[in-house]
Write a protein that binds this ligand. Structure first.
Ligand code: APR
Ligand code: PHB
Length: 390
């Protein structure tokens, strides 16, 4: 097979790029290791920044998001017995975020790819990029007993944190920066009305908690747990009881509980690989960087990569201009690191660290007091939460 751009990974990053390129007549093939059902079964975060929502519209995939997604102009932070509001609209100069599940967004992208008869190959085993430093790279994969070869101009590594793309870059050509946090998030999805119309991030000495939602009838809640905990340690009743303990009493009293329809634990990690390019391989999204979920930057960090990569490929194919491709890594990383800083800061300010000394706890309190007493500090939070410009 032959194509212009071979995209490894059919998550939101790969599908979005595939869709945008296809709309401009640039041939591409997506290779996904899993089945579609598996990809659509994963529950991920649900807050989209303005720029990502715009990209969905540009990709002609924004219709259901605009119909069913909720615009949020602010969120709440519970701390020290208080419930303070962050007015995103006011402090970001009129911007907001869209609450729309990543699973739904991925479904919309798959449906758009089907509509346009885009090439998305599922269950592609042993995907392997080759000759990345040459002008004629290719990718192979196994389908049953057959090895299939795809010749292309560029390979896009959009295959997530555990993918093959980043690992195919020689060790001496890539630097990895990583920070692992000493806790995870236990998440529960339940068919109940959300406890609050806006998200609540709760700092509590027993550990962080988050009240989020997917719609007015579907809630998503999280609590901070030790890394040694398993889902089996947390029957539904224990989860709800612990969540209530970490919320302000009046909120806890209003919480509607119900059976969990999904329950999982995710460790918190910050990670960046530099550079995001090796020859004709370009990394995008989780393949190159991940953030802890506090502040919902994961998907939004991927969005700017896709935006830069899409425009760079467009300039190459339409005008023969390679500057965008040459500048891709530096440009993408500049924004990636800002999202890293913001996620690290939100995580550090709101979680209970098992080894924290009194000094650290005082700084956490001061961070929050400063935030809610300074319009400039609020402005900084708001502009990062709604998303820095691409
Ligand atoms: N070959 C082919 N596909 C692969 C391979 C491989 N060797 N390894 C992984 N994949 C696929 C995974 O099955 C997955 O569907 O690549 C896809 C990567 O998708 P994501 O992990 O969702 O990463 P990305 O598309 O960059 O999405 C950005 O933002 O909110 C965060 O982590 C969240 O997924 C989200 C991310
Ligand atoms: C979610 O709804 O899953 C969610 C929302 C906000 C976050 C993290 C996760 O900061």
């Amino acid at each position: 097979m032959k194509t212009s751009v071979c995209i490894i990974g059919g998550g939101p990053s790969g599908l979005m790029l595939s869709q945008l390129l296809h709309l401009k007549g640039i041939q591409n093939i997506v290779l996904e290791r899993q089945s579609r059902e598996y990809v659509l079964g994963r529950i991920r975060a649900g807050v989209l920044e303005h720029g990502f929502a715009e990209l969905m519209r540009e990709a002609q995939c924004g219709e259901r998001m605009d119909r069913e997604g909720e615009i949020h102009d602010g969120f709440l932070i519970a701390h020290d017995g208080k419930l303070d509001r962050v007015d995103l609209h006011k402090y970001s100069g009129g911007s907001s975020v869209m609450v729309y599940g990543q699973t739904e967004l991925t479904r919309d992208l798959y449906e758009a790819r089907d509509r346009m008869k885009g090439a998305v190959i599922h269950n592609a085993e042993d995907v392997q990029p080759h000759d990345l430093s040459s002008a004629k790279p290719y990718v192979t994969y196994r389908s049953g007993d057959d090895i299939v070869r795809i010749d292309c101009d560029f390979v896009i590594g959009a295959d997530g944190f555990h993918g093959v793309s980043r690992k195919s870059i020689p060790k001496d050509k890539i630097t990895e920066y990583e920070k692992v946090y000493p806790f995870g998030w236990l998440g529960v999805l339940s068919r109940t009305k959300p406890v609050s119309p806006e998200l609540i991030y709760a700092k509590h000495e027993r550990g962080f908690a988050l009240c989020s939602m997917r719609s007015q009838v579907l809630s998503r809640y999280y609590i901070q747990v030790p890394l040694t905990d398993t889902v089996e340690d947390w029957p539904d009743d224990a989860f709800w009881a612990e969540l209530k303990r970490r919320l302000p009493a009046d909120i806890a009293a209003k919480l509607i509980t119900g059976p969990s329809i999904e329950k999982s634990i995710a460790p918190l990690r910050s990670f960046v690989a530099e550079p995001m390019r090796h020859g004709n391989l370009f990394l995008a999204g989780d393949a190159a960087h991940i953030v802890p979920p506090t502040g919902a930057r994961g998907l939004n960090s991927a969005a700017s990569d896709i935006y830069y990569l899409y425009h760079a490929l467009l300039a190459h194919y339409q005008q023969g201009d390679r500057t965008g491709l040459d500048n891709y890594s530096a440009k993408a990383l500049a924004r990636v690191w800002k999202a890293q800083r913001f996620s690290w800061w939100m995580t550090t300010m709101l979680h209970t660290f098992p080894d924290a000394i009194g000094y650290d706890q005082k700084l956490q309190q001061t961070d929050l007091e400063y935030l809610f007493s300074s319009e400039k500090a609020m402005g900084s939070l708001a502009e990062n939460y709604v998303g820095l410009p691409f």
